[in-house]
Design a protein around this ligand. Structure first.
Ligand SMILES: *[C@@H]1O[C@H](CO)[C@@H](O)[C@H](O)[C@H]1NC(C)=O
Ligand SMILES: *[C@@H]1O[C@H](CO)[C@@H](O)[C@H](O)[C@H]1NC(C)=O
Ligand SMILES: *[C@@H]1O[C@H](CO)[C@@H](O)[C@H](O)[C@H]1NC(C)=O
Ligand SMILES: *[C@@H]1O[C@H](CO)[C@@H](O)[C@H](O)[C@H]1NC(C)=O
Length: 364
């Protein structure tokens, strides 16, 4: 009996694996990861005890066959009972230990909304060949996105929004051939959008708002035929809007507000699949193209604070829907077209132009 136990124990040590549990090396890596973090309010790491890190360790799941750690899923805002019991959202400080790179079968790393985690994204993260999801939203992470992020050929989600990331968007980002969701919003990212951004053929959401990105919108963006949501707002982007953007098949939201965009409004935008269009606070000039038609369906169209001149085009009455419209703070002139879309609009949609008149402004 004693001998049998002894033999089993030796076998475990030799194989480096706990019985039916995670490898000792994965367990050690998780403990090193935990040691670099401090979570004072919920006690999520109290469950990280015992030999089998695949068994009831909060936020950890393993591949059922190999028992290797596959997912780290730690969200600081969640419906989980642990949060309800504590009557609060999560908070953690500390940093993300490079020890996680020893978890070589990781498929997802979600360490989101802990508000206080600082330090950098471990550079070695790009050596995790199976990584599909990297979600670090809502922390205080600084430093740059690893320059060789493009090595993560299986990555579908890259979300580092609401942190303090600096540096420019790595050129290799265009090599993320599986990427579907890119969210870099509200960081300190500078530099230009890589010219070959259009290589990201799987991308459906590109959210880069609230950074310090400058330079032109690469026309290659319009090659991304699955792109439905493009948000470049509140940056320092300049140059014209590529006409090809209005021809994209499924683009539904285009937010370019709060940049330095100049040139004319491409006619393609008025007659496109776009239903949310915010171009407010730029330097767009010329007339509003008179090409609205049955294909024009806008939940929201905000062209305020530009240098648009001329009349509001008559064809706008033939749009199939216009919910919210803001043309204020331009140099428009002439009679506001009559039409059902304007019945519900208030004067604020038209104020501060050169000489617009008619309902809801004063009669012409
Ligand atoms: C985390 O916050 C605690 C106070 O809540 C502080 O004592 C500790 O030094 C902080 N640790 C790091 C790594 O910032
Ligand atoms: C993108 O991938 C190609 C092919 O693997 C490689 O030659 C190139 O250097 C990569 N680009 C960047 C910027 O990493
Ligand atoms: C459009 O963008 C501007 C500037 O960023 C913002 O103030 C405005 O609220 C946005 N318009 C709508 C309707 O959301
Ligand atoms: C609107 O777009 C459709 C499809 O792209 C095109 O066939 C049509 O000619 C356009 N209409 C106008 C007025 O530009």
């Amino acid at each position: 009996m004693g001998t049998a136990l002894f033999i089993t124990a030796v076998f475990i040590l030799v194989a480096g694996t706990a019985v039916n549990g995670c490898p000792l090396s994965d367990r050690a890596a998780l403990l090193a990861f935990k040691a670099a973090l401090h979570e004072p309010y919920l006690g999520i790491f109290k469950s990280w005890t015992g030999h089998d890190c695949c068994h009831k360790w909060y936020g950890i799941s393993c591949d059922p066959t190999t028992k290797r750690v596959a997912d780290i899923n730690l969200r600081g805002e969640s419906e989980d009972p642990i949060f309800q019991k504590a009557h609060r959202t999560g908070y953690m400080n500390g940093s993300i230990s490079p020890a996680i790179c020893k978890l070589t079968r990781l498929s997802s790393v979600i360490i989101a909304d802990w508000k206080g985690i600082s330090g950098v994204i471990p550079k070695c993260i790009t050596s995790l060949p199976f990584l599909r999801i990297l979600d670090l939203i809502g922390n205080q992470i600084s430093g740059e996105i690893p320059f060789d992020i493009g090595k993560l050929s299986r990555l579908t989600v890259l979300n580092v929004a609401d942190n303090r990331i600096t540096g420019r968007m790595p050129r290799s980002i265009a090599n993320l051939s599986s990427l579907m969701h890119l969210d870099l919003r509200n960081n300190l990212i500078s530099g230009t959008i890589p010219q070959n951004f259009g290589k990201l053929r799987m991308l459906s959401r590109a959210l880069l708002s609230g950074n310090r990105i400058y330079g032109p919108i690469p026309y290659t963006i319009s090659y991304i035929y699955r792109l439905s949501d493009l948000d470049l707002s509140l940056n320092r982007i300049s140059g014209p809007i590529p006409e090809s953007i209005g021809k994209m098949a499924v683009l539904a939201t285009l937010n370019l507000d709060g940049n330095k965009i100049s040139g004319k409004l491409p006619a393609t935008l008025m007659n496109s699949s776009i239903s949310i269009l915010n171009l407010s606070r730029n330097a767009i000039e010329g007339n509003i193209p008179d090409v609205f038609g049955p294909r024009s369906y806008f939940m929201m169209i905000d062209l305020s604070y530009n240098n648009l001149k001329g009349p509001i085009p008559k064809s706008i009455s033939s749009a199939s829907y216009i919910g919210h419209l803001d043309l204020s703070h331009n140099h428009l002139c002439g009679a506001i077209p009559a039409g059902s879309w304007f019945e519900h609009l208030e004067a604020s949609s038209f104020i501060n132009n050169d000489c617009l008149c008619g309902k809801p402004l004063k009669t012409c």
